[in-house]
Design a protein around this ligand. Sequence first.
Ligand code: NAD
Ligand code: DGY
Length: 324
Amino acid sequence: MKPSIILYKALPDDLLQRLETHFTVTRVANLKPETVAQHADAFASAQGLLGSSEKVDSELLEKMPQLRATSTISVGYDNFDVDALNARKILLMHTPTVLTETVADTMMALVLSSARRVVEVAERVKAGEWTSGIGADWFGIDVHHKTLGIIGMGRIGLALAQRAHFGFGMPILYNARRHHTEAEERFQARYCDLETLLKESDFVCLVLPLTDETHHLIGKAQFEMMKKSAIFINAGRGPVVDEAALVEALQNGEIHAAGLDVFEQEPLPVDSPLLSLPNVVALPHIGSATHETRYNMAECAVENLIDALNGKVEKNCVNPQVAS
Ligand SMILES: NC(=O)c1ccc[n+]([C@@H]2O[C@H](COP(=O)([O-])OP(=O)(O)OC[C@H]3O[C@@H](n4cnc5c(N)ncnc54)[C@H](O)[C@@H]3O)[C@@H](O)[C@H]2O)c1
Ligand SMILES: O=C(O)[C@H](O)CO
């Protein structure tokens, strides 16, 4: 008999078929308690769980006594209670690498659009305000040859460094838990402590995971250290930044502008003060959102679940130590 799994995200037809050749699949819209209650038997017998962007905590795990593997269609896994998974020896699979280049493209788009005010001036053109030669009130600031600071030199940080170094001739500073030899050798990136990076960078680009250690890593004190001309980019996770402090820094002119793909609360509430600031480019968490990359992530997650339920954890497994 095929093992049962719960799927809580839509998949392309061919990937759904692939999944169904291996498993008996119950599709649900989300993991809310009422949905779980409605499909109680399917959750009780499921050995696998596949989807993204929903909390997987001990309350849910209690309803899934047979669960052996979870597979998220994302590289970030901060919405999983990893300790609770480990305690039950449940594998957690994720999708690194397949999205790296696309997310780095999004970060570069945020750098360029914030500095050159692309969204703001395009809106002014659409509003019919381009009625004569433009004046200095339409100007932006240069990107090329400015200093780019990267907080979190991992896979995506490295791909951003490559673009900034070869594409824009930018000197690169970075902060991470350890030195990154490849970044230093290929892109002449210079390791420095966080304070130095904040003080010296023209663009401060954050691409960290959300952990207990990184929660509100960037707040009032850190914005005060940045240059008044600095542009702050966040494509990691919203809660790594104290958003109230960010709003204050933007309103008080402590920093020049921000380009944001992630927020403390998503979707961003329509009354967020960030939305009324002209010096903010706010994107709806589209870092990896291209047709090609989202397909590749979904395929990777499907293969990951098949591997995990067959005891294969050599790649893309967050907690291989729990494999029996
Ligand atoms: N906006 C999006 O759509 C999007 C898409 C993909 C990933 N992300 C986010 O980006 C994160 C990074 O992805 P990745 O593939 O580059 O991961 P990665 O594991 O390759 O890189 C993370 C880096 O952060 C560093 N780091 C972790 N904690 C740190 C700390 N306390 N201080 C300094 N450095 C620290 C690690 O050493 C590592 O270099 C993901 O965890 C996810 O949260 C967002
Ligand atoms: O972590 C990731 O992969 C992105 O944020 C998409 O959820």
